[in-house]
Design a protein around this ligand. Structure first.
Ligand code: 13P
Length: 281
């Protein structure tokens, strides 16, 4: 049984100077492809689903599947509820056995974000689970339905927020955004460095899709320990399926299913290599 909490994975990443991938999933094939990549490379990781994605993948169905996949993995896998917006859904994820939850109060005034994140952190702790918060505003939106502008994290507010809420991981906004970038983002490494020097909680980079490998490495060198990847997985699955159809390699449903698993696997392999977490399980 390798279901684990997020905090020991991030602590080991801090000590080892690498980052752990937090891969969003929407179905069983994505879960299988990602775990195959983790086992092959002996990597720890997090699998996650965001609250906005539950219209397509209901939590009561995909949640137990994610937990079961982590329990059966040969490497440590944490199961995370991403961008939690409502206490009801966050509680449902904890009841299912998710080992960490995020409360996304980044759109709220600082004080409300602090108070509500602390409340969710206390709830998570009742389950022995970890809690991630966000300060500043990552651009875009997790399901691409809103075009939210980036609002970079204020380092002094990050200190205040981390101290007040006691979160186990802190998501920062440094020019990153969810979804595909029109052009590679210019990340504010100066802000990241400042936050990193003053906040002891492990830092999280959302909006991983489209960030250049060297920029990932620089973020990791400046203290990013968890990197969220969603769109790149979905795109890789779609592209792999299209490529297999084009080459007439799909002749029936099970070929289609295998192409989906492979699409998720290829994307996870690429990111595991960049994040430096191979061999760290
Ligand atoms: P991307 O879709 O840009 O990879 O963002 C993922 C993410 O941050 C999920 O929380």
């Amino acid at each position: 049984m390798s279901l684990t909490k997020m905090s020991p994975l991030l602590k080991a990443a801090e000590e080892g100077g690498y980052a752990v991938g937090s891969f969003s999933v929407a179905n069983m094939e994505m879960v299988l492809g990602i775990i195959k990549a983790l086992e092959e490379t002996n990597s720890p990781a997090i699998i996650q689903i965001a609250e906005v994605r539950l219209k397509q993948s209901p939590l009561e169905i995909i949640g137990p599947l994610m937990v079961a996949a982590a329990e059966n993995a040969k490497v440590p896998v944490a199961v995370h509820f991403d961008h939690g917006k409502t206490k009801d859904k966050i509680k449902q994820a904890l009841d299912i056995g998710f080992t960490s939850v995020m409360f996304d109060g980044s759109h709220l005034p600082l004080e409300d974000n602090c108070v509500q994140t602390l409340d969710i952190n206390k709830l998570a702790k009742e389950y022995g689970a970890d809690c991630e918060g966000e300060i500043g505003c990552v651009g875009g939106s997790e399901d691409g339905s809103e075009d939210i502008a980036v609002n970079c994290t204020s380092p002094s507010q990050a200190v205040e927020f981390a101290k007040y809420t006691g979160v186990d991981a802190l998501a920062v906004a440094i020019g990153n955004a969810h979804g595909n970038y029109k052009q590679a983002p210019k990340l504010r490494f100066d802000i990241l460095e400042d936050i990193s020097k003053n906040v002891s909680a492990p830092l999280v980079l959302h909006g991983g899709t489209g960030i250049l490998p060297d920029d990932f490495r620089k973020c990791i060198s400046l203290g990013i320990r968890k990197i969220n990847i969603a769109t790149a997985t979905f795109d890789s699955v779609q592209a792999n399926v299209a490529m297999k159809y084009e080459s007439k390699a799909i002749n029936g449903y099970y070929d289609l299913q295998a192409a989906e698993v492979e699409g998720a696997y290829k994307n996870a392999m690429k990111h595991i290599e960049i994040f430096g977490c191979a061999g760290k399980a």
